[in-house]
Design a protein around this ligand. Structure first.
Ligand SMILES: [Cu+2]
Length: 341
């Protein structure tokens, strides 16, 4: 029964040893201080016990060196914990710029994962060894928490918002992926596996069964959802050109229906693009009418991620022409021999 027992889960990421060292340090210091306080309490109770009915102890008016000693030492210990904690925390929170982008959507009760190359998986996450991986997270329903104990990382997954986490796996193998935020009846079964593979195996896995890239899926949606009728990318367009807007600063005229100062800009990250699609009037791009319809209820969180991946990949001159065929079931039925792109 105890063969499986481990004090700590595997250390399988770059931050795992750092987190463990810090945890160990805090535990050891806490235990030592607890023992010291316990021993002193009992020892003093015995040493300074009331020795007779008439015994009156000598009055004690304090001791400045002692006060300084027992203030400074705990302060120093706390500062060490604090600065060490900040160092470890910041290395966990800030992803390296070259990190691989992976997207995960949580829902009651499963994890749905998309790779930019088009692979999709449920309750499984394949990652290469030795490369930083950033996971952008969102939820379709309630708050979940994406937790990989062997990597010592966990991050809340919140509906209506993108959060992210990153890690770099150091050991090939299969590890647990948990939801660690109570999210309903079957929360305890919201369990997946993280499979860490050698780079070559990972590349092979990526190429197997990927329908088509995430951005390509997004491109299909871009025509299917009629985005292209307004965002044509040319001079007569009724809507801003979306080519190259990702991670640019965009001038806006209205925020939540309120006029803002000329020259106010917002940062076009994933969250901004998601908001532009679901709540087009939340921020209106300067110089444009707010005629964009909301796509709330028409796109799933997964499709949103695909559209965002597409907009991310969209470079100058790449907006598809408005006339491009959109493969809808109707056209396929009517023209069975016609080739659809
Ligand atoms: Cu959950």
């Amino acid at each position: 029964m105890f063969e499986e027992f481990k004090w700590f889960p595997d250390q399988a990421s770059t931050v795992a040893p750092e987190v463990d060292m810090l945890t160990l340090f805090i535990v050891v210091v806490t235990v030592l201080i607890t023992i010291m306080v316990g021993v002193l309490t009992v020892g003093f109770a015995v040493a300074f016990r009331r020795k007779s009915e008439s015994y009156v102890p000598a009055p004690w008016f304090g001791c400045v060196p002692l006060e300084i000693f027992w203030t400074l030492i705990p302060v120093l210990i706390c500062l060490v914990m604090f600065s060490w904690g900040v160092k470890v925390y910041s290395s966990i929170v800030v992803p390296p710029a070259d990190a691989l982008d992976i997207y995960a959507v949580g829902r009651q009760w499963m994890w749905k994962i998309q790779h930019p190359e088009g692979q999709r998986e449920i309750n499984a996450l394949h990652v290469p060894i030795g490369r930083p991986v950033k996971v952008t997270l969102t939820s379709e329903d309630v708050i979940h928490c994406f937790s990989i104990p062997a990597f010592r990382v966990k991050q809340d997954v919140v509906p209506g918002r993108y959060t992210s986490m990153w890690f770099q796996a150091t050991k090939a193998g299969t590890y647990n992926l948990f939801c660690s935020e109570y999210c309903g009846t079957e929360h305890s079964r919201m369990i997946g596996k993280v499979i860490v593979m050698e780079e070559a195996d990972y590349q092979k896995w990526l190429s197997e069964g990927a329908e088509s890239g995430q951005a390509l899926q997004g491109r299909k949606l871009y025509t299917k959802l009629q985005c292209v009728t307004c965002h044509t990318g040319n001079a007569e367009a009724k809507a801003p050109n979306l080519e190259g807007i990702y991670r640019k600063h965009i001038p806006v005229s209205l925020i939540d229906g309120m006029k803002v100062k000329d020259g106010t800009k917002v940062f076009a990250d994933d969250a901004y693009i998601r908001e532009s699609i679901l709540y087009p009037n939340a921020k209106v791009a300067a110089g444009w009418e707010s005629i964009m319809p909301t796509y709330q209820g028409l796109v799933t969180e997964e499709e949103l991620l695909q559209v965002i991946a597409y907009i991310k990949s969209l470079n100058q001159g790449q907006t598809p022409p408005r006339t491009e065929e959109t493969p809808t079931p109707a056209t396929i039925q009517n023209n069975p021999t016609k080739e659809v792109k």
